[in-house]
Design a protein around this ligand. Structure first.
Ligand code: ADP
Length: 353
């Protein structure tokens, strides 16, 4: 069992920079939580407060109901995997994985069993006598995970564990982490700036900006029901198109384009007649249709899809991810429809639903 409660956590560094504001979250036993956001949004600080590597300025941290706010890192029963692996270069893989248990003076037979079991899970059995320098980046990251696994901690903490890997290895190692999570059924907190990692790994995502939590929810909730423009723009790739538009009777009017509203959308926007709002449309929610005309600037064929970049009217840029292999030339007019629209308050940037 490992339930974690983060209650009203604030972090104010000595230089008076407040990195985290009122962070609240109940992490359920066995949940994989991904903290995501741009560089500097406070996600590592939050993770480090949970690990005990940073003091908590205000608020409480509970592990299985026990207040561990002031508990030293070494007594928290958590293990952290770092971006730079933090392996000891002069030790073998075996010794690296055994290190924390050796320090704790565990029985050598028990250590041996645990290291072999972790190596087996991670496919490192044949590497145990090598030094870290003889391993690839992906293998080193697995050793770092192995070092955590042997400790059998209550909570695993990952700080951008894939950032030092190339794109292909990142994908492969990401899938390994997911399998590891399924196998260990352990509570995990995972920090990344990469929205793809968040969408593919998380049971629930916490999206942060400038020290504030913007939304907590399942990947689908953040993708399909973003709370505000920040989340809408951060989750999803290519990013959501957004345009300032005015709500008219039955349609939206932007500079140089108009698009019709369905009956349901009219209902959602009933309170905003005549007002300016922000319309958001994901590139993949644009299809060939008869609502809006797009003048093509260029397009990229991705095989299954074609990314079309262009503009509506004079200046409104638009990117669309159309199904299939489409051939367009610069200057072509393509007629499209917005299959799914998102609406945001132009002032608060909050979603209108
Ligand atoms: P992220 O992990 O999202 O990139 P961080 O948690 O590392 O963000 O940083 C959040 C904010 O706190 C940033 O503005 C950063 O400059 C600041 N910060 C991080 N560490 C320290 C520190 N030791 N002292 C002062 N400010 C810090």
């Amino acid at each position: 069992m490992a339930e974690l409660k983060l209650q009203h956590l604030d972090k104010i560094y000595d230089n008076k920079v407040q990195a985290v504001f009122d962070f609240n979250m109940d992490v359920k036993d066995g949940e994989l939580i991904v903290l995501v956001g741009p560089s500097g949004c406070g996600k590592s600080t939050t993770l480090r407060m949970v690990a005990g590597l940073e003091d908590i300025s205000r608020g409480k941290l509970l592990l299985d109901g026990r207040d561990i706010t002031q508990t030293p890192a070494k007594d928290r029963d958590m293990a952290m995997v770092f971006q730079n692996y933090a392996l000891y270069g002069h030790m073998t893989i075996y010794e690296n994985m055994a290190f924390s248990l050796t320090l704790r003076k565990e029985n050598p037979n028990v250590i041996h069993k645990k290291v072999l079991a972790a190596a087996e899970i991670l496919g490192l059995t044949s590497q145990l006598n090598k030094k870290p320098s003889q391993l690839s980046g992906g293998q080193r990251q697995r050793v770092a995970m192995g070092r955590s696994i042997v400790r059998n901690p209550k909570v695993f903490l990952f700080d951008e564990p894939l950032s030092n890997l190339d794109a292909k290895l990142r994908g492969a190692t990401r899938r390994e982490i997911l399998l590891l999570h399924k196998r260990l059924q352990a509570t995990m907190l995972y920090v990344t700036h990469d929205q793809t990692e968040a969408l593919t790994l998380a049971d629930r995502i916490v999206c942060m900006s400038m020290g504030h939590v913007q939304q907590v929810g399942t990947p689908l909730e953040l993708y399909d029901q973003p709370n505000n423009l920040f989340v809408a723009g951060f989750i999803g790739l290519p990013p959501m198109n957004t345009w300032k538009v005015t709500v008219r009777e039955g349609y939206l009017e932007g500079p140089g384009f108009k698009c019709p509203l369905t009956e349901k959308e009219r209902g959602i926007l009933a309170g905003h007649a005549g007002k300016e709002i922000v319309l958001g449309v994901r590139p993949e929610n644009i299809a060939l249709g008869s609502d809006v005309s797009v003048k093509v600037s260029n397009n990229e064929n991705l095989g299954m899809n074609t990314l079309v970049y262009g503009h509506m009217g004079d200046a409104q840029r638009i990117s669309a991810k159309l199904k299939g292999w489409m051939e367009y030339n610069t200057g072509d007019d393509v007629s499209v429809a917005f299959v799914r629209k998102h609406f945001f308050d132009a002032e608060t940037t909050n979603a209108i639903r």
